[in-house]
Design a protein around this ligand. Sequence first.
Ligand code: GDP
Ligand code: MG
Length: 302
Amino acid sequence: SSTGEQQTHSGFIAIIGKPNVGKSTLLNSFLGTKVAPTSPRPQTTRRGVRGIHTSGERQIVFVDTPGMHKAKDALGKYMNHEVHSALADVDAVVWVVDLRHPPTDEDQLVARQIRELPKPVFMVGNKTDAAKYPDEAMKLYRALLEGREHDTSETMLSAQNNPAAVATLREQLLDALPENPFFFPQGAASDQTREQWAAEIIREEAMKKLRDELPYAVATRVNSWTERQDGLQRIEGEIVVEKNAHKGMVIGAGGKQLREIGQAARKQLEVFLSRKVYLGLEVIVINNWREDEEALRELGYE
Ligand code: GDP
Ligand code: MG
């Protein structure tokens, strides 16, 4: 380590918010597109770490929490537990909201989780570029945290095309870090294998597209990743469903839905990797994997 006698500051920061508000986009912006996931990192019990940003003597470990929803089974419980323990473990929280629309029940659910949280909360009103009444919307979101007694700050920005504002926010996050040794090597970009990381992105896109119960009945994994001579990343992944009847529902008429999931995931992967990606996706059945301890372990839910 090059830290010598100097104090380092380091900590975990969760990016939370309901689906589609721009969490991934913001994370991309925080990290810059040159960031690529790397080989296996030191063991850590925290799931879903997506990115590490090191600047001088300060290091942020961004934690992307799974979406919050009502628990219906062992996996659902695991996920809500993940959100809960993520909030318990982190040093600060970035709460992303979409300023194009007023708050929904889902935003309230998120707000409830952080209202009493005794650590800094950075509210990010996102999509200012596309919001008709950003100030009014921000006021409504702010009201959801009314009565909160701990550090709360606000930023309104566009995660998509406002790099200066994103950089300013990142500076504020770096300033909020507690004194700690670095949790990861200086050059590390992620604590997951690149395969785990890519599988998470595929799962995220699948969950966005699928309806009803189905999103929670899928798991994903990446079985092979090779680099072609010209730099193209060739990734083979699987979407795992728990019964035969679900297979067709994921694939969709004429394979349309699976294609859409694959395209969305490929785009995200390309942004992160700054490389062309070929993504092959297959849907397989592991009967009742959600209640199958061994299957859960195999799919990385320990
Ligand atoms: P997540 O589900 O919270 O991770 O959201 P994503 O980052 O995947 O973004 C959801 C959608 O919102 C995508 O279509 C993004 O392109 C879009 N989006 C994200 N940030 C912005 C923004 O600042 N402005 C606009 N107009 N769209 C955005
Ligand atoms: Mg996302």
